[in-house]
Design a protein around this ligand. Structure first.
Ligand SMILES: *Cc1c(COP(=O)(O)O)cnc(C)c1O
Length: 372
């Protein structure tokens, strides 16, 4: 059998490995100069008008962003019904209540047309997810937020390098959070970052990120609330710096591979392709829908069959309101028909910068053989 093709794999170069070795030899391992350099490189990448703070993950970043925006018990936050569970979990962990809105079947993004209906007097924030690196219509969403005086905390975990109307995602609303998990478009092993324009927020984010500590002018510390411990290490930041240098190259390769899938699958009606978007799409993933009931197989059976052909197939994501914890809190997948259908039918095809064109063709041939 040919080499196994995973659904994703990070590309790390020798320069990055050398930079990590240099940090390890330096004796400065935790947050130090590399973290500051990473934060300012990310701010430059986003156009220079944002302050960026790096953290141990996007999950931590989202939770801290919500807390720093004052979200807490009694508040509601609007979130798409189909995303990674972290998008809703962080709302619960902040003490607030998620209010799910269905997604669009093609774009997989929050249906902006349904957002206003979900707003109540308790709504404090909206959390759009730029699914698979396809930007949410930010003009429409920010107009709604402004009309109702709501915060917008963007889950941009998939969207580092996404461009929307000529500008990078992370340069639109007042808070955006990126993920640098190894599955994402760039990695810092584990890691994430918050980008914001709001100076007051930066100060609160820094305190939430490090024990709630504030230092007075004499350098003495005080704690005003029980903060988290979510600062990034210099080792991780060195990886992130090496990745950020190549991010646009990685994303250009992702776009070419995605385009090849669209070409090769255009006439194959057993899979439903997602919205194509425009050239700003960062193609974190190519996810397609398959009617498994009509094919008479289950998704896990399909995944095993594809694995037997040497191809890794992911699932991103089941509908959040259908998960046990959310069902126990009264949510029902059936109330979000598109999210529920995507949750049942979605599969993620292999896509990562080091993939070759022939790998796409191999995936397509296996799909055709398996689904015929
Ligand atoms: C990966 C992901 C997260 C969490 O990112 P981590 O860095 O792993 O915490 C949040 N939201 C979405 C949509 C994701 O895909």
């Amino acid at each position: 059998m040919k080499d196994f093709l995973p659904f994703t794999r990070p590309t790390l170069d020798e320069a990055t490995i050398a930079a990590v070795a240099a940090v390890l030899r330096s004796g400065q391992l935790a947050s130090g100069p590399r973290v500051l350099e990473f934060e300012s490189a990310l701010a430059d990448y986003l156009g220079g008008a944002r302050t960026v703070r790096a953290l141990t993950s996007a999950t931590e970043g989202l939770e801290i962003a919500l807390l720093a925006c004052g979200v807490g018990p009694g508040d509601e936050v609007i979130v798409p019904a189909m995303s990674f569970a972290a998008s809703a979990n962080v709302i619960v962990r902040a003490g607030a209540t998620p209010v799910f809105v269905d997604v669009d079947l093609a774009s997989r993004n929050l249906d902006v047309g349904q957002v206003e209906r979900a707003i109540t007097p308790r709504t404090k924030a909206i959390m759009p997810v730029h699914f698979s690196g396809l930007a949410v219509d930010m003009d429409a969403l920010l107009a709604i937020a402004e009309r109702h005086r709501l915060r917008v905390v963007e889950d941009a975990a998939h969207a580092i390098g996404t461009r929307h109307r000529g500008r990078p995602i992370g340069s639109f609303g007042d808070v955006a959070v990126f993920s640098f998990h190894p599955n994402k478009n760039m990695t810092s092993i584990e890691g994430g970052a918050i980008a914001t324009t709001d100076a007051a927020l930066v100060e609160r984010i820094e305190r939430h990120r490090f024990h709630g500590i504030r230092r007075n002018a004499d350098g003495e510390i005080d704690v005003e609330f029980a903060g988290a411990k979510s600062n990034l290490s210099d080792v991780a930041a060195a990886v992130g710096l090496g990745q950020l240098r190549r991010l646009d190259e990685f994303n250009a390769r992702r776009r070419l591979l995605a385009a090849r899938y669209f070409e090769r699958l255009a006439d194959f009606d057993r899979v439903m392709l997602p919205a194509r978007g425009d050239e700003g799409h960062s193609w974190h993933m190519v996810t397609v829908l398959i009617d498994f009931v009509a094919r008479g197989i289950s998704r896990p059976q399909f995944q095993r069959a594809m694995a037997a052909r040497g191809i890794g197939i992911g699932v991103h994501y089941p509908c959040i309101p259908g998960m046990t914890f959310y069902r126990q809190h009264g949510f029902r997948a059936e109330d979000y028909p598109n999210a529920a259908r995507i949750g049942r039918e979605t599969v993620t095809l292999p896509l990562f910068p080091a993939m070759r064109d022939e790998d796409v063709d191999r995936v397509v041939a296996a799909l055709q053989a398996e689904l015929d």
